[in-house]
Design a protein around this ligand. Structure first.
Ligand SMILES: *Cc1c(COP(=O)(O)O)cnc(C)c1O
Length: 495
């Protein structure tokens, strides 16, 4: 049966998946959600016999129902290929008593590659299906990781162009180098003299700018969005939870139907929401453990039923989780409100106006699938050190937050259920924090200087993504003021 996508706030008509992917955000500011969650039509044993690409098809066909088999398989084939440094795409490693699902084997060595490798292909296929003749222009503001993953995903994809704005002095040296060395005829990277909020606000204004939209239409262009609220990013993330389960089953680490826990280092709530969808589609998951860093809005939400972003923003060693408004949580709120769009809209209005909202007791009762906790920067560093010292396994800071939260969960509950810790970035992406956690003597060294040292002690090869950066030529050297972003867009499209 076909699945349609409506808004969490209710006032947009339902559309098929391809239209929801092209549109990104619903017209009323809500998020697109499927009108029901289908159930897997393959057994777990059947999944255990499949590779990543096959599972991707079996999962995505259930939710992207207006794509043909041929279209989906073509998108999957182009996304999950030799770009990944292992044919397994997302290997599971046993370390100590837990399993680490490594989602960092793609081009930019962070988990955003899992979805951003396929989104461009879903989008161009969706454009064809809907007879969109314009070239699709992706505009993204980034605080570091998303921009690079989107650039890699869209680079040289026919029918698209991508422009990324980043805060000129607000990203790490490695992150900036990753972006300004980006190849691809259809890419552009511009540094903004301002902070991430300036870049983000500027991009939102450009999306809403009618004069710019008309100017673009005349020249055969239209905007679309690659950010994490697009269902074209959410659906591909369900796949690796099924794949992780299938691997454990294949290796006889679990028996068929045995429930497992997952621990997810969380920021925007996209990754863990995919796990929740997977569970609702029939994957035997017990607890969804939501791990936060010092920006523990979600921990407080699960503990009290109140979401409150009125607090200081803490810059931590796990920057991709430094978030006070977790956009994808709106989809969970909608579901526990009994798919009541009016209720969801009023809670989100309260978030917009007062920076907080409280869910009802009835809604709170439906959060029993989740457990929330957080780890401080010191706890995160201690976990990196102990994993290294006990097992020789080096994790990045985000994964270490998850591992530290899992320790707290086990202490509190004594739950012995087998558990998968979702590993969202390679330690090579956050070399400085990782090495300083392992040994004080590395504290004053710079990122690039520590890469070889990490290779030695971690016994893992420097990923190509990092090795290339040392010699890659800078191809984007453009900066602009906060007020000049529109001109930057026009200049790019006229080039
Ligand atoms: C984006 C990101 C996260 C957070 O994922 P969400 O889907 O936003 O919750 C965690 N770790 C890393 C390394 C990331 O890049």
């Amino acid at each position: 049966m076909d699945i349609f996508y409506g808004s969490t706030r209710g006032s947009q008509e339902r559309v098929p998946a391809s239209k929801a992917i092209l549109q990104g955000l619903a017209k009323d500011g809500g998020l697109f959600v499927p009108d029901r969650l289908p159930v897997f039509d393959r057994t777990m044993e059947a999944f255990a016999g499949m590779n990543y690409q096959e599972i991707a098809y079996e999962v995505m066909k259930l939710l992207l129902t207006d794509f043909t088999e041929e279209e989906l398989k073509s998108c999957i084939g182009k996304a999950y290929d030799a770009k990944f440094d292992t044919p397994s795409i997302a290997p599971v490693k046993k370390v100590g008593g837990s399993y680490y699902l490594e989602l960092f084997h793609g081009k930019t060595i962070a988990f955003k590659d899992m979805a951003l490798s396929i989104l461009p292909h879903l989008m161009t296929t969706a454009a064809k299906k809907n007879h969109v003749e314009n070239e699709i222009v992706i505009l993204t503001a980034t605080s570091g990781d998303t921009g690079k993953a989107a650039l890699e995903g869209f680079a040289d994809v026919e029918g698209t162009r991508i422009l990324v704005f980043y805060p000129k002095n607000g990203v790490s040296a490695i992150q900036e180098r990753q972006m300004v060395t980006q190849q691809g005829k259809n890419t552009r990277v511009v540094g903004i003299y301002g902070n991430f909020d300036d870049a983000q606000t500027g991009v939102k204004q450009l999306f809403a700018d009618e004069e710019l939209a008309a100017w673009m239409r005349e020249r055969g262009y239209q905007f679309s969005s690659a950010n994490s609220i697009n269902i074209g990013r959410l659906v591909p993330q369900i796949v690796y939870y099924v794949y992780a389960y299938a691997q454990l089953l294949r290796e006889h680490a679990i028996t068929s139907g045995e429930e497992i826990n997952v621990v997810v280092p969380t920021g925007n709530f996209g990754n863990i929401l995919a796990a929740y969808y997977a569970k609702n589609m029939g994957l035997p998951l017990r607890k969804l453990i939501c791990a936060s860093n010092d920006n523990k809005v979600l921990y407080d939400f699960f503990a009290t039923g109140v979401y409150d972003k009125n607090r200081d923003f803490v810059l931590t060693t796990s920057p991709s989780m430094d978030i006070l408004v977790s956009s994808n949580l709106e989809r969970l709120v909608y579901r526990i409100a009994g798919e009541d769009a009016q209720k969801t809209a009023s809670l989100m209005q309260s978030l917009g106006q007062e920076g907080k909202y409280a869910i009802t007791g009835k809604m709170e009762k439906q959060l029993s699938d989740f457990y929330g906790n957080y780890a401080t920067q010191e706890e995160c560093a201690a976990k990196i050190r102990s994993l290294y010292e006990s097992f020789g396994y080096v994790t990045d800071t985000h994964t270490a937050v998850a591992a530290a939260v899992y320790d707290k969960y086990r202490q509190e509950t004594a739950d012995q259920t087998k558990t998968v810790i979702v590993s969202t970035a390679s330690p090579f992406k956050f070399t400085k924090s990782v090495m300083a956690a392992i040994d004080e003597k590395y504290r004053d060294k710079e990122d690039f200087a520590l890469v070889d040292e990490l290779e030695k002690i971690g016994k893992v090869q420097v990923p190509a993504a990092v090795a290339q950066l040392r010699t890659a030529p800078v191809v984007h050297d453009i900066q602009c003021g906060r007020g000049e972003m529109k001109e930057a867009v026009k200049a790019f499209l006229l080039s």
